[in-house]
Design a protein around this ligand. Structure first.
Ligand code: FAD
Length: 321
């Protein structure tokens, strides 16, 4: 019996959420007294693969196959399931990222496993029960889910557990599972990166703005503030609906759910559907002209003021340091 963790790569590199998933999987392996194997798909260098040992993976299965260079949901799910069978994995861990959200249910079906997505804590083994805490109702509540299946699939919410080092020597092993032609019904030919900005789902700092900004022409100061902080930019739904900003920046119940260390909300009222995607941020700063704006109720720090006055002052202060 072992624990398997899927390590998602982007351009041959691992993101912080991967190290977090490995740390989390290692903690589960320690609870179960088993070893941790990572499965990497795509062209990742030996040095990067070995670095996974730093977070607890003692073995890394490396699938290097040109057909799998770009992410393909069905094919990747088949590879992960095959790796789980090869390792007799009792638990399979993924990050609850864009691709993890698509992969986890597919892997669970292939392994006839129970699934918990959006896990926020380590499983608790209570009198033979395997209990996992997860977010529910778009982040408005938590649910404790019992997994009763022999194999368990867990998708961990980014930023819920943190990265923990455990210094294990990782052995890299080539893995070439058989992949069926039916796994390639939709093929990603090329990925063209739209911008080089910080990626929103993984960002530790996020500067977000809403309809209070009045129009797309006023986003220069938001971009500038984000650049100075090394933050990603986000927005409310009406802003992306009006095409002021791309849909990839829309956070909330119907957009991306994020949990950065710092979320700065500028000119956003704090509707429940918006909060659903951002309320698990570690620190929330709200800048709003209306002292009655609902967002202030969940803010750690609030500035009642005009964004067009406050944001330039913040930029000035950051530049002065
Ligand atoms: P507004 O509600 O118009 O708020 C603008 C804020 O800016 C106000 O608080 C105002 O006081 C402030 N302001 C104005 N001028 C200034 C100034 N000069 N300086 C500082 N502050 C200023 N919304 C999402 O964001 N994400 C979702 O995923 C989402 N999903 C939804 C799903 C459903 C089914 C439904 C029904 C709605 C959803 N919504 C979602 C919409 C949500 O209900 C709100 O309408 C939306 O979040 C409001 O966006 P906003 O705060 O930018 O705009």
């Amino acid at each position: 019996m072992s624990v398997l963790v899927y390590v998602e790569q982007v351009d041959g590199k691992f993101k912080k959420s991967v190290f977090e998933a490995v740390s989390y999987a290692k903690a589960i392996a320690d609870i179960q007294g088993s070893s941790l194997t990572a499965i990497s798909i795509g062209n990742v260098g030996e040095a990067e693969l070995k670095e996974l040992g730093k977070y607890g993976a003692s073995k890394v299965l490396n699938v290097s196959n040109d057909q799998l260079k770009n992410f393909i949901n069905q094919a990747y799910a088949s590879v992960i399931a095959e790796a789980a069978k090869k390792e007799s994995a009792a638990v399979v861990v993924l990050s609850n990222s864009f691709s993890g959200k698509g992969l986890a249910p597919r892997v669970a079906v292939k392994l006839e496993a129970g699934l918990v997505d959006g896990a926020v804590e380590l499983p608790k083994l209570d009198g033979g029960q395997f209990l996992v805490k997860k977010t529910a109702f778009s982040g408005k509540a938590f649910a404790i889910t019992e997994l009763t299946s022999a194999i368990k699939v867990i998708a961990l919410n980014p930023n819920a557990f943190g990265v923990k080092e455990s210094a294990v020597e990782a052995a890299v092993e080539a893995f070439s599972p058989e992949i069926k032609a039916t796994d390639f019904t939709a093929i990603v030919k090329e990925i063209v990166r739209a911008t080089n900005k910080v990626s929103l789902p993984d960002a530790e700092l996020v500067v977000s703005a809403g309809r209070g900004l009045k129009g797309p022409e006023n986003w220069g100061m938001i971009e500038e503030l984000a650049n100075l902080l090394g933050a990603a930019t986000a927005c409310s739904k009406p802003v992306s609906d009006a095409d002021w900003r791309p849909h990839s920046e829309h956070v909330g119940q119907t957009g991306i759910a994020i949990s950065p260390n710092l979320y700065i909300a500028i000119g956003i009222s704090g509707a429940i559907q918006h909060l659903a995607g951002v309320s698990s941020s570690k620190v929330i700063v709200v800048i709003n002209i209306d002292p009655e704006a609902p967002f202030f109720k969940v803010a750690d720090y609030g500035i009642v003021g005009d964004a067009f006055v406050v944001v330039p002052k913040l930029i000035e202060a950051l530049k002065a340091h």
